[in-house]
Ligand binder design. Structure first.
Ligand code: IMP
Ligand code: MG
Length: 176
C-alpha cells in the first residue's frame, strides 16, 4: 500500500471543491445526492464544508463485483427518497473510471426532471474512460491503479482508512 493522498491533502481539497459548488448556487441550495457506499465519507465531509444549507439524499448503485472487476452492468439498488423535480442536483460519487456508472446515473436522474444536474467526484481516472463523461467538480485526477480508503473499498475492506492508498497486491492495511 502506498499513500496517494494524505488526510490533510484530502481535507484541503474537499474544502476547495465545497466552495466551488457553493459558488454555483448562491441563491437556492442544491440537493446533494451521494452514491453509496463509496462516497459516504466524501459526501459527509463535502457537505460539512459547504456554507449553503443543502438537502441530502443517497442512492446506491452497483456495477462492480465484490472485488476489483467491473461487471459493466449498472443497477440502482436504492432509490432516493426526495423528489428532484425542478431542483438543482449535485451527484457526489467516489470514482469516475470507465464512465459507465455515472452515465447510467445521469440518464436515470434526468428522467426525474431536475432543473440542473452536476457531478462531483473525489477521484477521476481519466485515462480509463470507456464512455465519455466529464464531471464538473473533481478533487483529484489519478492514473491507473486500484485505490482504497476514505470510503473506497476492496472487497468491502479498507473503507475506514482516513487517507487514500494505492492497493498493491492484496495486503493488510493498518487503519490510521
Ligand atoms: P465506472 O463505472 O467504471 O466509472 O466505475 C466507477 C465505480 O467503480 C466507482 O463508483 C467505484 O465504486 C468503483 N471503482 C473504480 N475504481 C475503483 C478503485 O480504484 N477503488 C475502489 N473502487 C473503484
Ligand atoms: Mg461506487
Amino acid at each position: 500500500m502506498k499513500v496517494l493522498f494524505s488526510e490533510e491533502q484530502i481535507r484541503k481539497r474537499v474544502e476547495e471543491v465545497a466552495q466551488e459548488i457553493d459558488s454555483v448556487f448562491p441563491h437556492e441550495p442544491p440537493i446533494i445526492v451521494g452514491v453509496l457506499n463509496g462516497a459516504f465519507i466524501f459526501t459527509a465531509d463535502l457537505v460539512r464544508s459547504m456554507r449553503s444549507f443543502v438537502e441530502i439524499d443517497f442512492i446506491r448503485a452497483s456495477s462492480y463485483g465484490y472485488f476489483a472487476e467491473t461487471s459493466g452492468k449498472v443497477k440502482i439498488t436504492k432509490d432516493m427518497e426526495k423528489s428532484v423535480l425542478g431542483r438543482d442536483v449535485v451527484v457526489v460519487e467516489d470514482i469516475l473510471d470507465s464512465g459507465i456508472t455515472l452515465n447510467f446515473i445521469k440518464g436515470w436522474l434526468q428522467k426525474k426532471q431536475p432543473r440542473s444536474l452536476r457531478f462531483c467526484v473525489l477521484l477521476d481516472k481519466k485515462a480509463l474512460r470507456k464512455e465519455p463523461f466529464v464531471a464538473e467538480h473533481v478533487c483529484f485526477s489519478i492514473d491507473d491503479g486500484f485505490v482504497v480508503g476514505y470510503g473506497l473499498d476492496y472487497g468491502e475492506r479498507y473503507r475506514n482508512l482516513s487517507n487514500i492508498q494505492l492497493l498493491v497486491g492484496e495486503e493488510n492495511a493498518k487503519c490510521s
